[in-house]
Design a protein around this ligand. Structure first.
Ligand code: NDP
Length: 307
């Protein structure tokens, strides 16, 4: 963490993620050496969405850097749902593959929920399968969605014990908001989930010791919505025009979060930047989940990674 001019301490997600990846890499090497199991991740992408192509390439590179097997399956945009399901079935049966990730969004003719439900829950390293959502809800070991998992690791590193803190999560998606709420509940926070129908969102946010923004609206959370000293986790990734009007006219963009960072940094106690906060934790946790899934498939207790 870095403190700037007596303002909020910046939670350096990039540095934390780098350390986590080092631990995962070392643990995966030991799993391979001691038990003959090299963790393997298969990523499936359907179509040519440019952002998805970049995400998938990054995931493949990072998986290989961690010493794991990385398979990428690039399918044509016209691939039928039946063919995609057949590929998932083959990956479920492949004993060298411990994690399966289907890059979202899928083309409109494919039922994403049907595809996610077809993944073996024990290989569901995104943690999106209803079985893993259920395991999280009742406190059983499962695979936890990467972004909330990484966010809670950052919070525990920054604050230590989270017991009794008031946590407000803005956003109730199945991939971020809801699992985030479950994780913070299991850390003994008092959890409020806010969404587009919530009344007086600013007042709800002002009650938060921990404020998590997972909305997808650039800089929606203002500085005066934040309780002085609160920990702010900004999950949002939004592309907006460059600050420089000439560059903006050329179509150049920059990435901002769901929190107005310049205002928030003057009020919050701790805050994740965008970029460099939650984003790097997501891929680090994907590698961690692949390692965990590989251990479980071999009946080996995973080494603790979160420290
Ligand atoms: P979704 O669009 O699935 O969900 C957004 C949530 O925000 C919904 O629950 C919606 O409420 C709520 N919301 C929208 N507008 C408002 C508003 N005006 N006031 C209050 N609540 C509102 O998004 P995701 O959860 O998938 O993603 C959220 C953000 O996180 C995005 O910016 C995304 O890019 C980013 N993200 C970042 C990741 C990372 O690695 N850092 C990974 C995943 C996502 P309602 O349910 O009522 O519609």
């Amino acid at each position: 963490m870095t403190e700037i001019d007596g303002r909020a301490t910046i939670i350096d997600g990039k540095a934390f993620a780098g350390r986590l990846v080092e631990r995962v890499t070392a643990a995966a090497a030991r799993l391979s050496a001691d038990h003959g199991v090299r963790p393997g991740l298969a990523v499936v992408i359907v179509g040519e969405d440019p952002a998805s192509q970049i995400y998938v390439r990054n995931k493949g590179e990072r998986t290989r850097e961690a010493g794991m097997r990385s398979d990428t399956h690039r399918l044509d945009a016209a691939t039928s749902q039946a063919d995609l399901l057949a590929m998932i079935a083959a990956l479920n049966a492949d004993t060298g593959i411990h994690g399966i990730l289907v890059q979202l969004p899928l083309p409109g003719h494919i039922d994403a929920q049907a595809v996610l439900s077809a993944i073996d829950p024990d290989k569901d390293v995104d943690g999106f399968h209803v079985v893993n959502a259920g395991r999280l809800a009742v406190g059983l070991p499962g695979l936890v969605p990467c972004t909330p998992l990484g966010s809670v690791m950052l919070l525990k590193d920054a604050l230590g014990d989270l017991s009794g803190l008031n946590a407000v999560i803005v956003g109730r998606s199945n991939i971020v908001g809801k699992p985030m709420a479950q994780l913070l509940l299991s850390e003994n926070c008092t959890v409020t989930i806010a969404h587009s129908r919530s009344r007086d969102l600013a007042a709800i946010c002002r009650g938060a010791d921990i404020l998590v923004a997972a909305v997808g609206r650039p800089e929606m959370i203002r500085g005066d919505w934040i309780k002085p000293g609160a920990a702010v986790i900004d999950v949002g990734i939004n592309r907006v025009p460059s600050r420089d009007p000439v560059k903006a006219a050329e179509g150049k963009t920059r990435v901002v979060g769901d929190v107005a960072f310049d205002e928030a940094v003057a009020v919050a106690g701790r805050i994740t930047p965008v970029p460099g906060g939650v984003g790097p934790m997501t891929i680090a946790c994907l590698l961690a989940n692949t390692y965990t899934a590989a251990c479980r498939s071999a009946g080996v207790e995973p080494e603790p990674l979160a420290a």
